[in-house]
Design a protein around this ligand. Structure first.
Ligand code: LMR
Length: 335
């Protein structure tokens, strides 16, 4: 009798178009390149818990930290192919997708002030830029501000001249390439997941990042000096595959949108504090000397790097740069 019931259920499943599969949860793979205890890692886990709770288990989120599934460039390609459904890369990595406008946010000092960074990502101009990503099937759901960037190296970086001849790791953006060259350094694009080793083996001499990444990736183990230069910004774009997101049942999508909204608040609540804590922990490690810039040094860096803004007019157009200044509230410093 029992065997008959099992066989009957199997036939029924075939006839009715595999009802068992219909009950399978929708799987969202969320891949990222940082550790689970970095702000992005914590936010990914937070999102997973909310998404599964709000959808009553109809969605299952699998989080893959530490570049364990894909590295920088691969993860964006995988998202376009829908082999992964959520990422939160630095927006400095969107340029190589063919959306060069995002590189503009790397203009030195443009977003170093917290208020400018927040004003920019909340600006209606982002909707215009989002459309350019969506045309590549990459749909932004949110922007997360991970704070101002600092430089690390194996020698002190006090004045701009100290960069001369240094091999510096950069992310994919052309503006970061121009800024490194302006400093007299030799820029090299290296995936985040390969950076520790590149610093350890001397493939590059230094890099720039947010303190929480320098702490959680243990870069301080292999970098003797850190300068609190706050010259740039690390902004993440929480992105999904557009076709995938639009194919979700409406109620599921609404619950996921709610989870995204709450994750944004969570991220904003942890990022700044984690950077401040990381600076203290790096100092306490005794492995890295942390340099606070004097006013004169800061001015010298600004004077050296502001010409990148003018140089980039040929890439973005002066009008576009002016609109970004206005949207972010940035006024070019007088030098
Ligand atoms: C980097 O490549 O330095 C960062 O974008 C890594 C990250 O995702 O925080």
């Amino acid at each position: 009798m029992k065997r008959f019931a099992v066989a009957f259920a199997a036939v029924l499943a075939l006839v009715l178009g595999e009802p068992a599969l219909a009950d399978e949860p929708i799987v969202i793979k969320f891949s990222h390149v940082v550790t689970p205890d970095a702000p992005k890692g914590k936010a990914a886990q937070f999102f997973k818990e909310l998404a599964e709770k709000y959808t009553n288990g109809r969605v299952k989120v699998e989080v893959y930290p530490n570049s364990s599934l894909y590295k920088d460039k691969e993860e964006l390609e995988a998202l376009q192919l829908n082999t992964v459904q959520l990422l939160a890369p630095s927006i400095s990595k969107f340029g190589p997708l063919g959306v060069k406008e995002f590189d503009i946010f790397d203009l030195p000092f443009l977003m170093s002030d917290d208020n400018h960074a927040h004003q920019m990502t909340a600006s209606p101009m982002m909707a215009e830029l989002n459309k350019k990503l969506e045309a590549k099937n990459v749909m932004p759901l949110a922007y997360w501000d991970n704070g101002a960037q600092v430089y690390t190296a194996n020698k002190p970086l006090i004045m701009p001249d100290d960069f001369r001849g240094m091999k510096m790791r950069i992310q994919g953006s052309k503006v970061l390439d121009a800024a490194a060259r302006e400093l007299g350094a030799i820029p090299q694009i290296i995936a985040f997941g390969e950076l520790y080793q590149a610093l350890q083996t001397g493939v590059v001499d230094g890099e720039d990042n947010v303190p929480s990444n320098i702490w959680t990736q243990k870069f301080y183990d292999v970098q003797k000096y850190m300068t609190l230069s706050n010259h740039g910004r690390l902004t993440y774009g929480l992105v999904t595959n557009k076709a995938f997101w639009n194919s979700l049942p409406e109620d599921v999508r609404a619950n996921l949108d709610r989870a995204v909204k709450e994750t944004n608040e969570f991220f904003n609540g942890v990022a700044a504090k984690e950077n401040a804590d990381a600076i203290e922990k790096i100092k306490a490690s005794g492995k890295t000397d942390v340099h606070v810039q004097t006013e004169a040094e800061k001015k010298a860096w600004i004077a050296k790097l502001m010409p990148v803004h003018t140089e980039m007019q040929s890439r973005f157009g002066k009008d576009f740069i002016d609109r970004i200044y206005k949207a972010s509230g940035f006024t070019p410093p007088q030098i």
